[in-house]
Design a protein around this ligand. Sequence first.
Ligand SMILES: Nc1ncnc2c1ncn2[C@@H]1O[C@H](COP(=O)(O)OP(=O)(O)OP(=O)(O)O)[C@@H](O)[C@H]1O
Ligand SMILES: [Mg+2]
Length: 277
Amino acid sequence: MVVGSTIEPTLGQADKALDVENLEVVYNDVVLVLRGVSLNIARGAIVTLLGANGAGKTTLLRAVSGLLELHRADATKGSIRLDGHDVTRLASASRVGKGLAQVMEGRRIFTSLTVEENLRSGGIAAASRSEANDTFGRMLEMFPVLARRLHDVAGYLSGGEQQMLAIGRALMSGPSMLLLDEPSLGLAPRVVEQIRDVVVEVNRHGTSVLLVEQNAAMALSIADHGYVMEHGRIVREGPASSLLADRDIAEFYLGGGTDRRSYADVKTYRRRKTWGA
Ligand SMILES: Nc1ncnc2c1ncn2[C@@H]1O[C@H](COP(=O)(O)OP(=O)(O)OP(=O)(O)O)[C@@H](O)[C@H]1O
Ligand SMILES: [Mg+2]
């Protein structure tokens, strides 16, 4: 028996907020998009999932939140556990009941409803009206910018404010696990910082977070652990600090250049460069 062969302690099922094992997802019965993905989140952690366009990040979130069917997709292999419970075949509403909330790609808020109506729509599953009101009050403290604009129509908010609203609405269900799909996309650096602070704050109150990002610098600066996905597979994982220090990841994700090759290409290129030297 090998003892102490792993650097990080192995998590028991009870310590995992989310445990995805060997997940395979197919669109329209034919297109294999996730090819055996395993990923887990320790309870109370922030974990980031990085990856280029089309890698399969959103698909993984859809699988976790139970929205595959809506996109004519199906999990053909593997399992998903939330807090130790197998939810692979559970309806999305039941997963919300198990403490899961998601902020989808592209800030899907109700643009013709007011800020307050948007927020309250996230709390309809609350156990009681007083619980919903308490959570609503906490949201106004956490998001002063929303408190000031409660009666404004959400469609008139700025991009950053809409993202705050999307996050606030997701938090209205009091989730223990929050999935965020590229919350910083298209936002100015100052606003990205605000979003980052909100994610840290939410996590500090005990919510585990899976943060999908292309802004690797931001994501790794607050995450405990990170995964890199490419073409439907996890190609790297490790403590956020070690990913942040990794030259290949720096070159691909932190360089900010427009000539973005795949992470694997960067890696192979560097190997060739090293071997050729
Ligand atoms: N509804 C769908 N039907 C068929 N194929 C899809 C569907 N949605 C996504 N795909 C395909 O699945 C692959 C992964 O897409 P996905 O949206 O999960 O990637 P992503 O990593 O979130 O990319 P991005 O960074 O652009 O958001 C892509 O090749 C995409 O074309
Ligand atoms: Mg996506």
